[in-house]
Design a protein around this ligand. Structure first.
Ligand SMILES: C[S@@+](CC[C@H](N)C(=O)[O-])C[C@H]1O[C@@H](n2cnc3c(N)ncnc32)[C@H](O)[C@@H]1O
Length: 268
């Protein structure tokens, strides 16, 4: 009877010790999780600027290096879109072009001879890529690089450009209406706005369902790129004098960006 009592006491002591050990381990685990979380939190805020710079630099490098890929996807359509620039050049002489969201300068090769292009992009790391791309493209002279958002082109004078170009940019800007207001402001009378972008699929389609589903992830990996914008309708409503626009389907496995539109809008 006594030995049974002793055994039970031993077992109970053993359990108490084990629980105490587990308590200490849990506290240690909680503390180290807290410290690591705090370190990540503080580290993120201290390094936020550097992380953002690195992200922009990486995005610029990737886009400049593989931008030709987007020309692989959209090159034929860009060629058709920019074709009329040659006629415009023949009519009004060498063109003064402002390209918004210029990236690495993937469009330079479509411009007619003697085009002067001013580049605008919020990402400053594109400047060197556009410079070397312009230097490698016969007939294109780069006249400057403005680091700015197209929503607020303070550094650009009113009525100063024959042409404004935007390809695969209206999907990423924060406010399309403000960009279009700015485009109209900086264009000369009868100036042309050349645009091309991927847009939302028809609302009842399966592609639209997946565009909505994938939007949050796409926004992160695409540096703010939106899949569900009805850009054609927004340009239509922006108050240009003329609009020559058409939709097309990009031949890509990436079905989310297949529905596209492109066109030329003329300022009053
Ligand atoms: C997908 S890239 C397109 C680059 C180039 N236009 C092309 O066709 O290959 C989008 C570009 O838009 C720029 N961008 C993003 N938001 C912008 C804004 N609010 N104003 C002007 N450019 C912007 C990005 O920095 C990037 O260079």
């Amino acid at each position: 009877m006594t030995s049974h009592f002793i055994n039970r006491k031993k077992a109970s002591d053993h359990m108490t010790n084990k629980m105490a050990e587990q308590d200490v381990a849990a506290q240690g685990y909680l503390k180290s999780t807290l410290y690591i979380g705090l370190a990540i939190f503080v580290g993120y805020f201290c390094l936020k600027k550097h992380i953002n710079r690195f992200r922009l630099r990486l995005f610029a490098w990737v886009l400049a290096k593989f931008g030709c890929k987007s020309n692989k996807l959209f090159g034929e359509h860009k060629k058709k879109l920019f074709h009329s620039m040659k006629e415009l050049r023949a009519t009004i002489g060498p063109l003064n072009v402002l390209e918004i969201g210029v990236g690495g300068g993937a469009n330079f090769k479509f411009y007619p001879p003697q085009t002067k292009v001013t580049c605008l992009d919020p990402n400053p790391y594109f400047e060197s890529y556009t410079e070397s791309n312009a230097a490698d493209t016969r007939g294109v002279e780069m006249t400057g690089f403005i680091q700015a958002y197209a929503e607020k082109m303070d550094g650009v004078r009113d009525c100063s450009f024959d042409v404004v170009v935007s390809t695969l940019v209206l999907c990423s800007v924060k406010d399309q209406n403000r960009v279009l207001e700015e485009v109209k402001r900086v264009l000369k009378h009868n100036g042309k706005f050349y645009f091309l972008d991927h847009v939302c699929a028809p609302k009842q389609s399966i592609i639209y369902f997946f565009q909505c589903l994938m939007s949050p992830l796409w926004r992160v990996i695409g540096d703010g790129c939106e899949l569900t914008r009805d850009t054609g309708s927004t340009v239509k409503a922006a108050g240009f004098k003329l609009l020559d626009m058409r939709t097309f389907t990009a031949q890509t496995k990436m079905f989310l960006i297949r529905p596209c539109c492109m066109g030329i809008a003329t300022k009053e």
